[in-house]
Design a protein around this ligand. Sequence first.
Ligand SMILES: C[S@@+](CC[C@H](N)C(=O)[O-])C[C@H]1O[C@@H](n2cnc3c(N)ncnc32)[C@H](O)[C@@H]1O
Length: 434
Amino acid sequence: MAKRHTNRVYDLESMFVRLEELVLANSGENEFEEVFKLLIAKLWDEKNTKTRRFKVRADNNETYSEVHALLREAERAWPGILEPGARPGLTPEHLQVCVEALSNHSILDSTFEVLDSFFEFMVSRAAKGTKGQYFTPRYVAELCVRMLAPHSTETVLDPACGSGGFLVHALNHVIKHEQLKGKLIANYCETKLWGFDIDDRAVRVAKALMVLSGDGKSNIIRVNSLLKEDGNSLLSTQSKDVSTLTVEDVMRTHRRRHKGFDIILTNPPFAGEVRERQMLDSYQVSHGKIRIERDILFLERCVELLRTGGRMAIVLPHNKFAAKEFAKVRSWLIQHCRILAVVGLGRHTFLPHTHQKASILFVQKRAERQAATIDENIYFALSEKDGKTSKGKLLLKENRTEDGPIWDRVDHDFDEIVTGFRTFCKQENIRLGS
Ligand SMILES: C[S@@+](CC[C@H](N)C(=O)[O-])C[C@H]1O[C@@H](n2cnc3c(N)ncnc32)[C@H](O)[C@@H]1O
């Protein structure tokens, strides 16, 4: 009898590498897409069928037909995870090898963290260094969530959601603090969590991870979050695509009387400049400029998307906090938001993806514009343990194994930072959620 594998992330990773060697590399198909489809077919099978259908059959063509049928069912049940009409791109012979390898693993027996790490492994292999396409380290996402303490009544947005890490951590936070169960979890995901990303694959991965952590209903939508409304808003939302659809279009369709998001948690891409005239002129921070860094536009856009009194955590490259050339951006920000906290992250935090040093900015949107010179206290903290080696590998606490929540395993100093921030908020009479 085939041995069932315990699901550690390295088991899944080594299975992927082996399949790559055996079939994927020579198949002419996109390796990520083929394994992704197989994982979704398998996940659907495990969740919904009593007798396992995702298994090798004597005839390769039969295996192929069954996997194809599972994909069609998954596509109907979880719209948007698979490309429309997805079918295995591998030949029945190659597919047989992959199904055999994968059928030894149980997806639902794996912890969410194992699957999350496996998706990260696959995405970063497929991205082959594409700038800005990496997962935010999960303990950093958790730090933001713990500091802003979302409540289940509050809407949460990530306008550059990638794999949806911030949303999953927000979900886990409210589940834990408010003991949400069953329908309440589904309702929270369906009405309160919003994730937008311009990249189709990021959207599909985020939806898949939401299926694994919630119940499959989520508002993860392909949108260029930087795009603002213009004359095109007269077009119906259905007739728009990613080149014209705006966050406002989406919210108008889904939520009447939407007055902005209660919480934004985000890590926009650090790299890249925007040069489109129309876009530059639609932002205050870039009006009249010939180009601007994309993260600065994200900062202004996020403030715009917050409701008055709403709070935000945004990860930004360190130069935005310190460099003289961004002084005007900082002064624009102070006029529109109260700066609650700045947390400096260690140099290794985003390795192996980028060497750039980053900090997290925590703000609350003001009701009215204030003078840029306003005198308010800010909580500053500098992390001295970034939880990674200089090669970007996770540094675990002593005696920790590979299992358990990443927050508990990784050698970071974020607990002290959260405690310090809570004390600061009490002293300053700043009200957060739960
Ligand atoms: C650093 S990644 C975010 C990672 C995410 N927090 C996670 O944990 O997976 C930045 C994301 O911004 C997305 N992005 C870049 N430009 C965008 C735009 N104009 N609108 C929406 N998303 C955008 C990229 O596709 C990428 O997924």
